[in-house]
Design a protein around this ligand. Structure first.
Ligand SMILES: [Zn+2]
Length: 576
């Protein structure tokens, strides 16, 4: 419950006097007070409290209800937490901010249980869409539906109902398999598909008994609509910018509703950094961004000196790191391994970007004072990156604080774990990847190697390596609670526990999502714990994820998301 205090003048005077006494001679009147809660600060100096006082965008005090009462004045907004848990705002340690926004612009049809449900989703999207804007979706599968409409052709509906809810916006919905797609009347028209259109080679325009296209396009017939979409996307700069702003809004809504207050954006062009900077100056960035730039070495050499920025727009945009990628992913046998794949012994994977090229980036990073963050999944990839880092880090100038990172650090030879610690290299990991990949990792690596080298959260933590947490959104949902749950439980959908010896404790896992991510961005003095003087980035949850029975953790919801002392998200249940 939020309430604004309106105290009559004499009382206000008393309150001011009381605050001057109780809170010390210069206790300021707080703009915001959260009280009557369980505050877990992630600050070892005072791990737990009941209330927080905020003035401007900073925390001014953390203490008992009585201690913080002293900061409440006439103008203070007071939120009664009703015993709920307040923690530092979650920091997403590795995600793709614009990718999240883009994914939100495409309808996710994977969970639809009927055609009618899909039509309703499109109707909703059509209401929000601009004139003529394409409505895209993916992931539908008729086998997942509980029934198919009576007028279906080949077991798939016809476009009539879809065209009725979106007469002016073209709609294009890709099948889960990728081998077919569904278009409405407007999309067929823009693609020039009529009853007279011949099937292209290798594709089928599915038709009804009268010869009219039903909307379903199989295989190469999809290319006719793809061409129309490509045409639509070659639009003006203003339109492109408007669309990017929409992506930012959509990403922001998702992040704020899930308690994310800062976001490490893993691989951004300089042009997008320019866009972010405009938004930061306008106050239009929904969460704080820590950006890793991605470009060729030539472009880096030219632009790095001008692009190092810290805390633009009131702490909303920082650029001081570079993203590289040495290998691919384990699923498609793209991770670079020390030994061949167990299920594909002809390969050990390979380098995606040449190590010499990454070594050149490392020199540029050191020269210009940038952090270097390199994606490495396989144990060979991790070793190669450590080798490159070691050469540069050993010769770093005295007093340098490089904090270079390996992104994912997913499969690491046990002999290399200590090297992370020695070199001060951060393991930038994603808790949710362990449980998403769990069902098939042993197939790729064999049981023994999977156990020894994979998702070594406990081994890294015990070795003194800073381990961060995140989701690699849009690869995974950005929900920090789901990734936190995976980090502490390692529980798979089938109920089994994947490599339980590598689990972290709940407090350790909370640190990976807060103070460790802050450290990994050189921001541990600014955020990552609820400490007086730091930014007031705070999340309130419906359940105490540090103490509830483990299986209840995923059901915790975000009640408030607060950034810089401003309530940016409030769940419906928070309203009085
Ligand atoms: Zn990524």
């Amino acid at each position: 419950m939020i309430r604004s205090r309106s105290i009559r003048a004499p009382l206000a005077l008393l309150a001011a006097l009381a605050s001057a006494c109780a809170g010390g001679s210069d206790a300021p009147v707080a703009d915001l007070v959260l009280t009557n809660g369980k505050v877990v600060t992630v600050d070892d100096a005072r791990p737990e409290a009941e209330a927080i006082a905020v003035a401007g965008d900073r925390i001014v005090a953390v203490g008992t209800v009585a201690e913080i009462e002293a900061y409440i004045g006439e103008s203070t907004t007071v939120i009664d937490l009703g015993g709920k848990l307040a923690i530092p705002g979650f920091i997403e340690g590795h995600g793709h901010f614009m990718g999240l926004g883009r994914a939100k612009m495409i309808l996710d049809l994977t969970r639809a249980r009927s055609w009618e449900e899909i039509v309703a989703m499109v109707a909703e999207a059509a209401k929000a869409a601009g004139p003529g804007e394409w409505i895209l979706g993916r992931g539908w599968h008729q086998e997942k539906w509980d029934h198919v409409p009576a007028d279906a052709v080949d077991g798939v509906p016809v476009h009539r109902s879809l065209s009725a809810v979106s007469p002016n916006n073209p709609v294009y919905l890709m099948h889960a398999s990728g081998h077919a797609a569904f278009a409405n009347a407007k999309a067929l028209e823009l693609a020039g598909i009529t009853r007279a259109t011949r099937d292209p080679a290798g594709g089928t325009i599915v038709r009804d008994a009268r010869g009219e296209p039903t909307g379903l396009l199989r295989e190469k017939a999809q290319g006719l609509v793809d061409a129309a979409i490509a045409e639509a996307e070659s639009r003006s700069t203003e339109e492109a910018t408007a669309q990017m702003r929409r992506m930012v809004e959509l990403a922001g809504e998702d992040l704020l509703s899930k308690g994310v207050t800062s976001f490490h954006d893993a691989g951004t062009s300089f042009a997008t950094v320019d866009f972010y900077e405009r938004l930061a100056q306008e106050g239009a960035l929904p969460v704080r961004l820590y950006v890793m730039v991605r470009a060729s070495n030539d472009e880096l050499a030219e632009k790095l000196p001008r692009y190092r920025k810290i805390g633009v727009g009131g702490g909303y945009l920082t650029v001081r790191s570079i993203k590289r990628q040495i290998d691919g992913a384990l699923g498609p046998h793209g991770a670079w391994l020390l030994e061949p794949y167990a299920d594909l012994p002809t390969t050990s994977g390979l380098a995606l970007e040449p190590p010499e090229d990454i070594a050149r980036t490392a020199e540029l990073a050191m020269q210009h004072g940038y952090q270097l963050n390199t994606h490495a999944i396989g144990d060979r990839a991790n070793r190669e990156v450590l080798d490159i880092y070691e050469r540069l880090l050993r010769s770093a100038p005295k007093g340098a604080d490089p904090r270079w990172r390996i992104e994912h650090a997913q499969h690491v030879d046990p002999a290399d774990v200590a090297r992370f610690a020695e070199l001060g290299v951060i393991a930038s990991m994603q808790g949710i990847h362990a449980t998403s990949d769990g069902p098939w990792v042993a197939k790729r690596l064999g049981e023994e190697r999977a156990r020894k080298t994979s998702y070594l959260w406990r081994a890294f933590t015990d070795a003194g390596v800073v381990v961060t947490n995140g989701t690699d959104v849009p690869v995974e949902d950005v929900d920090p609670i789901a990734s936190y749950y995976a980090t502490v439980s390692r529980r798979l959908n089938d109920g089994s526990v994947f490599l339980p010896e590598q689990r972290l404790s709940r407090l350790e896992a909370l640190k990976t999502y807060t103070i460790n991510n802050a450290y990994a961005a050189f921001e541990e003095e600014e955020k990552g714990s609820l400490t007086p003087g730091k930014l007031a980035d705070i999340v309130v949850l419906s359940k105490d994820i540090l103490t509830v029975p483990e299986e209840e953790i995923p059901t915790a919801r975000v009640i408030y998301t607060i950034i810089g002392g401003k309530v940016k998200y409030r769940a419906e249940e928070a309203e009085p």
